[in-house]
Design a protein around this ligand. Structure first.
Ligand code: SF4
Ligand code: SF4
Length: 178
């Protein structure tokens, strides 16, 4: 058949030499390479027991922040969802009741807020779009799972616990250190 490119090569059934036929030089050559690598410093780590340090601006699992009084900062404006190129964010807004002022910072809040981590590409555009400094990406890794439903992260996983705040101080620096 006529070749479409000029990259085709003619196969030549060249007769093997004596040394090629006994394979020993090739075996010893392979063992020499194996031994050389055996005594070199290992470049891999035993994850998850050993973890490499992350960049301070690594983009991992999101956190929905609380303010200094412990109230949720998110006002369900939807800007993060509009900015998200993967359409991974969805939410339902609700109106704050008079006795909920300690729970939600603004009069409108997110009754539900979900991120589909299977869609998310960790670009950080939601973080950039948020006018309330309510959502940030962190250095936490989204755990693996065999169940697709477990990658829909709701407020129970995203909102930071009152007594275990997530430090995002480095991400608030707009000109990130080089
Ligand atoms: S990090 Fe990017 S892809 Fe993920 S939720 Fe935010 S905007 Fe969407
Ligand atoms: S996280 Fe920010 S941008 Fe997204 S809905 Fe809440 S306040 Fe708006």
């Amino acid at each position: 058949m006529q070749s479409l490119t000029n990259r085709s090569k003619l196969v030549v059934n060249k007769k093997m030499t004596f040394w090629e036929r006994i394979y020993l030089p090739a075996i010893f050559g392979g063992m020499r390479i194996t031994l050389r690598h055996f005594f070199k410093k290992n470049k891999t780590v035993n994850y998850p027991e050993v973890k490499r340090p992350f960049s301070p601006v690594y983009r991992g699992m999101h956190v929905l922040k609380r303010d200094e009084n412990g109230a949720e900062r998110c006002t369900a404006c939807g800007l993060c969802a509009v900015a998200c190129p993967a359409e991974a964010i969805s939410m339902v807004a609700a109106e704050r009741k008079p006795d909920q002022a300690h729970l939600y910072r603004e009069e409108k809040y997110a009754a539900t807020y979900e991120i589909n981590m299977l869609r998310c590409i960790f670009c950080g555009l939601c973080e950039e779009a948020c006018p309330k400094e309510a959502i940030f990406l962190t250095d936490r890794i989204v755990p693996a799972s065999l169940e697709r439903e477990e990658f829909i992260y709701g407020k129970e996983k995203l909102v930071e616990p009152v007594d275990q705040r997530i430090d995002i101080s480095l991400r608030q620096i707009k000109s990130y250190p080089q």
